[in-house]
Design a protein around this ligand. Structure first.
Ligand SMILES: [Zn+2]
Length: 597
């Protein structure tokens, strides 16, 4: 690495950001490169963003690109591909300027208007290939009278509108919000500061209440790992946008996170804590406990990882559990959230095709990916968030019932070996850590073979019974034809997607795009007609279905199935006895850690 003299500007990359047309969602951005080597300057817009796995063509919102030399003379710019601008001949210094259009605030994109400039860095800033080690300095120039401040994990300088990053990699990981936000901050056990910047239209009291809840969740998360991460610059920043014109999202970064929702703090109440809990957990799991497959993150192409069942899935397992441990929900609430995930994973046809590792590898097609051609993902894909989360449940309850250990202890082992040290891990590393943690190689090998590399689902009812949680069919007597998005129009119901594989509709040969003209002799006017027909039948009954498929009318007899939906309820709420053993097991699992961390 080239040693550069900091502070003199030599070798530094200098960005300058202005907002002459904020009302129409434009930012004027320039970047100056000095001490350039004598080869063509290759300027890129990123195609991916940290924490996202699909490709995003950020270059499409960049225009009016110009390059000038040290004396202001115009330089020739060529376009070798859609994401790149080359300056073939230049001197020591090049200044590039462009206009950015941005009107989608969330974890992936940017938004500029008169209320804020919300920047996801890869969606915003052009960078130069081969200069990634250089220090970056960015100066923001908010509109006159806007009252904007800056919330970011970038490093502060003496000027409140100027920030630095040690290199391009850190810069691209540092989302930045400029607005008249409310700010709260507090100190955690390590002495580091946690800040929460909230840009919203509500009251200061709502912010205070939300920050109090957040503190309780943060404390429970620290208790899982035994210590907070050592945040760069001694600070972690929650950047929240709760406004009707943003897009709901949550995106983790090394020392910060973006939280966005169209809901208000007043309206959503504790509903907005899920992303707080999830994203802060990522400060350990994925930001520092890092899969080798994502190191280093490639900003020019899709990144594939077979570990997302752990990075996202185990994080999802803890999302609701830690809100429960923070005392902000009840065991009954927690049981309800478990039911949804277990029902989905247990019933999903996708288990016939791919393991959790293989599901993780499909992230480039599902993680905020867009396409116009339809797919059969409903039958072939199970989110690694959901599947990973029930694997976390499986492992936690197994460790507790069989080893008198817990997933918290396993996570701490992973943290010590791979997180604190920042040694990227592989799936084999996780298996070895589990073997060492339990002292049982066979158990670890069997668990990974069946549930991680394989596609098995354990006996969740038996696992949950340890805690007096009951897994059961939610509607055992209800007749079911396949959960379907139906579009009702002109006295028919059109299948908007693929029917679930193996469902009565699927078996009857009714498929995507077909229009159901009548069922059981009745025209399907709307959802309530359908409910009525199904309500009048029992699983095992046959009903006549007339439908139109690719211009031909067909009639079939459809065999109705029992509704497969599962739910989790507490034993006491199902009129069953909770033993003292169950009470103790449950308390150790869902109640606040008392280790005083
Ligand atoms: Zn996540």
């Amino acid at each position: 690495m080239l040693v550069t003299v900091h502070g003199s500007g030599q070798g530094q990359v200098l960005y300058d950001v202005r907002f002459p047309n904020a009302v129409h969602h434009e930012a004027e951005i320039s970047v100056t490169f000095a001490d350039l080597p004598a080869r063509p300057l290759e300027l890129r817009m990123s195609r991916s963003s940290p924490g996202r796995y699909a490709l995003h063509e950020f270059a499409k919102n960049v225009y009016a690109v110009r390059a000038v030399g040290a004396g202001g003379e115009a330089l020739r710019v060529t376009r070798p591909n859609p994401y790149q601008w080359d300056v073939p001949e230049h001197g020591d210094t090049v200044r590039v300027s462009y206009t950015l259009f941005a009107d989608r605030a969330g974890g992936t994109y940017s938004q500029v208007d008169e209320t804020h400039a919300h920047f996801n860095i890869p969606a915003t800033f052009m960078w130069a290939r081969g200069l990634g080690d250089r220090e970056i300095r960015v100066a923001f120039h908010p509109p006159e009278g806007s009252g904007w401040q800056v919330a970011t994990q970038l490093m502060p300088t003496d000027d409140p509108m100027t920030y630095t990053a040690p290199n391009l990699y850190y810069f691209l990981d540092s989302p930045t919000e400029l607005s008249a936000f409310s700010m709260r901050q507090w100190t955690i056990a390590s002495g580091d500061t946690v800040r929460m910047a909230v840009h919203h239209a509500g009251t200061e009291e709502e912010v205070d209440r939300f920050v109090e809840w957040t503190k309780r969740v943060v404390q429970q998360e620290i208790a899982v790992f035994g210590e907070p991460p050592d945040f760069d610059g001694g600070t972690y920043t929650f950047i929240a946008d709760y406004l009707p014109y943003v897009s709901g999202d949550g995106m983790e970064h090394r020392n910060s996170t973006i939280l966005s929702s169209t809901q208000s703090l007043g309206g959503a109440g504790r509903g907005l804590l899920g992303t707080v809990s999830h994203e802060f957990f990522h400060a350990w799991n994925v930001e520092r406990i890092r899969p080798r497959s994502l190191e280093p993150f490639d900003f020019e192409r899709a990144n594939m990882s077979g570990e997302l069942w752990f990075a996202e899935g185990f994080t999802s397992y803890y999302t609701q559990l830690l809100i429960r441990r923070a005392g902000l929900t009840t065991d009954a609430d927690y049981a309800r959230t478990l039911g949804g995930g277990l029902s989905f994973v247990t019933n999903a046809a996708g288990r016939r095709y791919f393991s959790p590792v293989e599901m993780s590898m499909q992230a480039p097609f599902v993680d905020a990916a867009t396409a116009v051609d339809p797919n059969n993902r409903g039958n072939t894909f199970i989110s690694y968030y959901t599947w990973g989360s029930v694997i976390g449940l499986n492992l936690d309850l197994t460790l507790r019932s069989r080893f008198e250990k817990s997933l918290d202890g396993f996570m701490r082992s992973v943290w010590v070996r791979f997180g604190k040290t920042e040694i990227p891990y592989t799936i084999d590393d996780l298996q070895q850590t589990l073997a060492r943690f339990t002292g049982d190689d066979d158990f670890a090998e069997d668990f990974f073979a069946r549930f991680i590399r394989g596609r098995e689902v354990p006996d969740y009812a038996a696992l949950l019974a340890n805690a007096g949680f009951l897994l059961r069919p939610a509607q055992p007597d209800a007749a079911w034809m396949g959960t379907m998005n139906l579009q009702y129009r002109d006295g028919s119901a059109r299948l908007a997607g693929m029917p679930p594989e193996g469902s009565p509709l699927y078996e009857a040969g009714v498929s995507r795009g077909d229009r159901i003209l009548s069922m059981d002799g009745q025209v399907l006017e709307n959802a309530s007609t359908l409910r009525q027909i199904l309500g009048a039948h029992r699983p095992g009954d046959r009903v006549e279905v007339m439908f139109e498929q690719r211009g031909r009318n067909k009639t079939v007899m459809m065999l109705l199935a029992p509704h497969p939906q599962l739910e989790v309820v507490l034993y006491e709420d199902a009129g069953m006895t909770v033993t003292p053993e169950m009470t103790a097991f449950r308390a150790a699992w869902t109640e606040a850690a008392t280790n005083g961390v």
